[in-house]
Design a protein around this ligand. Structure first.
Ligand SMILES: Cc1cc2nc3c(=O)[nH]c(=O)nc-3n(C[C@H](O)[C@H](O)[C@H](O)COP(=O)(O)OP(=O)(O)OC[C@H]3O[C@@H](n4cnc5c(N)ncnc54)[C@H](O)[C@@H]3O)c2cc1C
Length: 373
C-alpha cells in the first residue's frame, strides 16, 4: 500500500493550488458578498486543464480539495460541470452526445447543470413529477426543478423526468423552446457565488436522440452521476476543513491574550488537534473512495462514508474556527464564517447527511425481504 502521491498527481495538485491562489482566491470574498458568479473564472480554470473529464477520480479530488480551500461556490460549479454532467455523459451518453458536449464542457465554452430536485421531490428522487410524454418523433417535457446549480447560466441540462417506461434522463440544450429559468426566491446562507435557478419546462420538445442511455434508466443514471458528484463534495469539504485549520493555526500563533499566544491555551490546542485528526481521517476517506473508483471497484459505500464524514468534519472545523477567531470570526473580515455557511450547504446537497446515513445503514442491515423494503 502506497499513500504517497506520485509525480503526476503532485503536478495536478500543484496546478490546482496555483489556480486556486491566482485565479479564485482574489475574487472569493467579493463573489460571496455580491452574489456574483464569474464565468471568466471557470473559463480560466478550463484553460489550465482543470475541467478535464478524462482525469480520474483521484486527480479530480485533488482539484476539488484545492478549490474547496478557497471558494466552495467555484468548487461546486466544477463538481456539477465535471462530476455530474461531463462524467455522466462519459458513462451513459451516445457517441453523438459525447461529440457535441464533452469538448465544449472541458473548455467551459458550454456550462452544464444537473436538474433532479423538484419542489415536491428532494431526497425522494423517485417521486419527481416532471413528465416526459412520447410525441411522434420525440418527447414533450413538462415540469419544474429548483435549486439547480449553474441553472441560470448553463448551456446544457441533464434533466430527469417520469416517462411511461419510468424515470428517464435527457440531455437538453437550454435554448430549447419551452425551457424557462429564473433565479431562486430568497437569499442562500452560503454558496453565494454560485448560480442557483428554478427551471420550468413548458411542453418542451426534445428529439428521441436526447435520451441518456435508455427510457426507464434514469434512476441508474442519476445515482451514477451522484457517485461522482458526492465524492467531489467530500473532497471540497476536506478543502474547507483544511482552510479552517490553516486559518486557525495562523490566528492562534498571532493573537495574544493574558500575555501569551492563544495557541498556548490547552483548550485552543485541543480544538486544533481535533481538526487536524479529522482532516487526516477525511483525507484518507476521500483518497480511498477515489482509488476504488479509479481501480474499477464499487465505491458507493466509501463515497457515502466520505461525503458524510467530510462534510460534518468541515462543519465542526468551521464552527471551532469561528470560536478561535473570537469576535473577528463572526465578521467577514476573516473567511471562516463563509466556510461555515458553505459547509452547511454541503451537508444538504447531493444527498443530505441523513440520506448518506440511510445508505450506510442499508449496507449494514441489508434489505428486509419480508417487508420488501
Ligand atoms: C446549495 C445547493 C445546491 C444544490 N444544487 C442542486 C443541483 O445542482 N441539482 C439538483 O438537482 N439539486 C440541487 N440541490 C438540491 C438538493 O440536492 C436538495 O435540497 C437535497 O437533496 C434535499 O432535498 P430537499 O431540499 O427537498 O429536502 P427533503 O428531501 O424534503 O428533506 C427534508 C429533511 O428530511 C430529511 N429526510 C428526507 N428523507 C429522509 C429519510 N428517508 N430518512 C431520514 N431523513 C430524511 C432530509 O435529510 C432533510 O433533513 C441543491 C441544494 C443546495 C442547498
Amino acid at each position: 500500500m502506497d499513500f504517497a502521491l506520485g509525480p503526476g498527481l503532485l503536478e495536478v495538485q500543484g496546478r490546482a493550488r496555483q489556480a486556486a491562489t491566482e485565479v479564485v482566491a482574489p475574487l472569493a470574498r467579493r463573489a460571496d458578498e455580491e452574489g456574483v458568479f464569474s464565468r471568466d473564472v471557470i473559463a480560466e480554470l478550463a484553460r489550465r486543464g482543470l475541467l478535464d473529464h478524462s482525469l480520474g477520480a483521484l486527480p479530480m479530488s485533488l482539484i476539488y480539495e484545492e478549490l474547496g480551500r478557497v471558494d466552495s461556490s467555484v468548487r461546486g460549479c466544477l463538481t456539477v460541470q465535471v462530476g455530474l454532467v461531463a462524467r455522466c455523459l462519459v458513462d451513459w451518453g451516445s457517441a453523438a452526445q459525447k461529440r457535441e458536449w464533452l469538448p465544449r464542457l472541458a473548455s467551459a465554452e458550454a456550462l452544464g447543470c444537473y436538474a433532479l430536485t423538484e419542489p415536491e421531490a428532494g431526497s425522494d428522487a423517485k417521486a419527481l413529477k416532471t413528465r416526459a410524454v412520447h410525441t411522434g418523433d420525440g418527447w414533450a417535457i413538462t415540469g419544474t426543478k429548483h435549486w439547480i446549480t449553474n441553472g441560470g447560466v448553463a448551456d446544457v441540462a441533464l434533466l430527469f423526468a417520469q416517462a411511461e417506461e419510468g424515470l428517464t434522463a435527457f440531455v437538453a440544450p437550454t435554448d430549447t423552446p419551452g425551457f424557462g429559468r429564473r433565479p431562486m426566491a430568497g437569499r442562500e446562507l452560503g454558496h453565494r457565488g454560485s448560480n442557483h435557478a428554478l427551471l420550468e419546462f413548458a411542453d418542451m420538445r426534445l428529439p428521441a436522440t436526447a435520451i441518456l442511455d435508455e427510457p426507464g434508466a434514469g434512476f441508474k443514471v442519476a445515482m451514477g452521476a451522484l457517485g461522482h458528484g458526492r465524492l467531489g463534495v467530500a473532497a471540497g469539504a476536506l478543502g474547507v476543513l483544511q482552510a479552517c485549520l490553516d486559518a486557525s493555526v495562523d490566528f492562534a500563533r498571532k493573537r495574544r491574550q493574558f500575555g501569551r499566544r492563544i495557541g498556548d491555551f490547552q483548550m485552543i490546542q485541543a480544538a486544533l488537534a481535533d481538526m487536524a485528526a479529522d482532516g487526516a481521517a477525511a483525507r484518507l476517506l476521500v483518497r480511498e473512495a477515489a482509488w476504488l473508483r479509479d481501480s474499477g471497484q464499487d465505491n458507493a459505500l466509501a463515497v457515502a462514508v466520505a461525503k458524510l464524514f467530510c462534510t460534518e468534519a468541515a462543519l465542526r472545523a468551521a464552527d471551532q474556527a469561528i470560536l478561535i477567531h473570537g469576535g473577528r470570526g463572526y465578521s467577514n473580515e476573516y473567511p471562516v464564517e463563509r466556510y461555515w455557511r458553505d459547509a452547511k450547504g454541503m451537508q444538504i446537497y447531493e444527498g443530505t447527511a441523513h440520506i448518506q446515513r440511510v445508505i450506510i445503514a442499508r449496507q449494514l442491515l441489508g434489505r428486509d425481504e419480508a417487508a420488501g423494503s
